[in-house]
Design a protein around this ligand. Structure first.
Ligand code: ZN
Length: 452
C-alpha cells in the first residue's frame, strides 16, 4: 500500500478545478487521491500529515518552451541589447562549441532552477547538435531521470545553413538523413506515452528559417506515424514574418499549414504575430502556443494575443524560453510576467491572476495534450508547488493566492513531482547547490572563452 499524505489546511489553494479543497489534498503514491473540503477530514486515515498553514498550494507549474543549454550564455555581453536575428547570429558561433559536459551541467542547472520556482514539468527545445555533441537529447533524458523531473524533450534540428540562405552557420546544421534517423531512434529509446509519463519525445525543427520545407514535412509525417507531438518557433517577431514571406512567399502560418503543421499535435513557441483569421484557424485545428512573456519583453518581440487565442480555443501555456533571452528559468516569475504583459495589451479587468495561473498549469498540460497533469484533482499526478509568504514584501497581503502573482514570488518552499518531494525548505533534495553552480560557471566560462 502506498503512503497517504494529507497536505493539510493550506493558507490558500488553487486546484485549477471548481472543487472545494479548502482543507487540502491527500496524495497517495504518485497521484492525488482526494480533495478535502473546507472544515472536512480525509475519507480514510492518512499515514502522514504535512501542515500547509503557511503555504499557498498550487498545481506544479508547466514550462512549455526552453533551451536549457542557453543557461551557459546568460547576460552574455556581446548578445545584450540586440534584436532576435542579430542576437541569434551573435550566439550561434558560441553554441557551436557545445560539448556533452556542457549539455549535462546546463540541463542539471536549468531543471534545478525550474524546480525551485515550482515547476514540475519542463519542455526543452534543443536544436544545436555540433559534431562534438551529437547525443544531447540522451544526456538530457538521463539527467532528468536522475533528478526526477518530468520532461517533454523536443528533438530540434537545423538543416539550412548560411550557404543555403538560412540563418545559422554551417557548423551547427545537420543533414536531413541524420536528423530523421536520430528522431526515430530517440522516440524508440526514450518516448513513454503512458499516463504519468516522466519523459516524452517531441519532434521540433527549429524554425521555418533554419530548416527546409522537406524536413518540416518529413517531421510532421514521422510524428503522425509514431504518435508524438510537434513543436517549433513561429511568429515570434515581425522580422521573422517578413523573412518568411521573402524566403518562402507565404506568411508563417500558411507555410506551416501547407507542410502539415496545423494540427492538434502541434504547439508553437511565442505565437505573437498572427491575424484574427489565423487565430481562428489555429483554434479550429487545436494547436497550442507557448507564451514567453519575459523573453518577448527582453527581445522586444511583441505581446502574445492570449485573450484572442483563449477565445478561439487555442491552448495557451507559459514558458521561460531560453535563458539567453530571458536570463533566468523561473516559472513563478513568468506567471507574474504573463499577468503584467497581458495588462499592457488588454484592460485591467480583462486579465486576472487566475488567468495567469491557469496558463501556467492546466494551459501547459493542454499544450502537451496531457490530461494527467496541470490540475489538483483525484487521479491526477501528484505534481505540486507550495509557496510561503513569509518575506517582507508579502506582509499585510489580503488575498494570499493573488499575492503570489501580483506581488510576485520567486522560490517555492516545497515541490512534489510524481508523489516525491523534490524541494524542501526551499532547497533541492539531493543536490548540492554550491557545487552545481561552481560546475556550471566553469562550463560557461569554458564555452564563452574563445568569444570574449
Ligand atoms: Zn525559443
Amino acid at each position: 500500500m502506498s503512503e497517504r499524505i494529507w497536505i493539510k489546511n493550506p493558507l490558500a489553494i488553487y486546484t485549477g478545478t471548481d472543487m472545494d479543497a479548502g482543507a487540502g489534498i491527500v496524495v497517495e503514491g504518485d497521484t492525488v487521491a482526494e480533495l478535502v473540503p473546507a472544515g472536512g477530514e480525509p475519507s480514510r486515515p492518512v499515514d502522514r500529515t504535512v501542515d500547509a498553514g503557511e503555504h499557498v498550494l498550487i498545481p506544479g507549474l508547466i514550462n512549455t518552451h526552453h533551451h536549457f543549454y542557453q543557461t551557459l550564455t546568460r547576460a552574455f555581453p556581446p548578445a545584450l541589447n540586440k534584436k532576435l536575428f542579430p542576437w541569434l547570429q551573435t550566439l550561434y558561433p558560441v553554441w557551436a562549441g557545445l560539448k556533452p559536459a556542457h549539455i549535462e551541467v546546463s540541463t542539471e542547472l536549468a531543471l534545478t532552477e525550474m524546480m525551485l520556482s515550482g515547476c514540475t514539468c519542463a519542455s526543452d527545445h534543443h536544436y544545436v547538435f555540433p559534431e562534438t555533441a551529437p547525443n544531447c537529447i540522451d544526456i538530457q533524458a538521463e539527467v532528468a531521470k536522475r533528478l526526477g523531473m518530468r520532461v517533454m524533450l523536443t528533438r530540434g534540428s537545423m538543416s539550412l545553413g548560411q550557404d543555403q540562405g538560412g540563418l545559422p552557420p554551417q557548423s551547427v546544421v545537420q543533414s536531413e538523413e541524420t536528423i530523421m534517423s536520430e528522431s526515430e531512434r530517440l522516440i524508440s529509446q526514450w518516448h513513454d506515452a503512458s499516463e504519468g509519463s516522466m519523459c516524452r519525445i517531441v519532434l521540433a525543427p527549429c524554425s521555418p528559417f533554419s530548416v527546409t520545407a522537406e524536413l518540416m514535412k518529413a517531421s510532421a509525417d514521422l510524428a503522425r506515424e509514431r504518435n508524438v507531438l510537434l513543436h517549433t518557433h513561429l511568429a515570434e517577431t515581425q522580422d521573422e514574418n517578413d523573412f518568411c514571406k521573402q524566403f518562402v512567399g507565404q506568411r508563417p502560418l500558411d507555410y506551416m499549414e501547407s507542410l502539415g503543421w496545423l494540427d492538434s499535435n502541434v504547439w508553437y513557441a511565442h505565437g505573437i504575430h498572427f491575424t484574427d483569421e489565423e487565430i481562428r484557424r489555429m483554434g479550429k485545428a487545436g494547436v497550442g502556443v507557448a507564451h514567453c512573456p519575459s523573453s518577448n519583453m527582453i527581445l522586444a518581440s511583441g505581446i502574445c494575443r492570449t485573450k484572442e487565442l483563449d477565445a478561439a480555443g487555442v491552448s495557451v501555456g507559459l514558458a521561460v524560453d531560453g535563458s539567453a533571452s530571458n536570463d533566468c528559468s523561473n516559472m513563478i516569475q513568468e506567471v507574474r510576467m504573463a499577468l503584467l504583459i497581458g495588462r499592457l495589451r488588454y484592460e485591467a479587468d480583462e486579465i486576472t491572476h487566475y488567468d495567469a495561473l491557469r496558463w501556467g498549469t492546466a494551459g501547459g498540460a493542454s499544450v502537451f495534450n496531457r490530461d494527467d497533469i496541470g490540475t489538483l484533482a483525484p487521479g491526477k499526478q501528484a505534481d505540486l508547488g507550495m509557496f510561503k509568504l513569509d518575506e517582507l514584501r508579502f506582509s499585510g497581503a489580503g488575498d494570499p493566492l493573488a499575492a503570489l502573482v501580483v506581488i510576485g514570488h520567486d522560490r517555492a518552499d516545497k515541490v512534489m513531482i510524481k508523489g516525491q518531494w523534490k524541494v524542501e525548505d526551499g532547497m533541492p533534495v539531493g543536490t548540492d547547490l554550491a557545487d552545481l553552480m561552481q560546475r556550471h560557471t566553469r562550463a560557461a566560462q569554458e564555452l564563452i572563452a574563445p568569444h570574449r
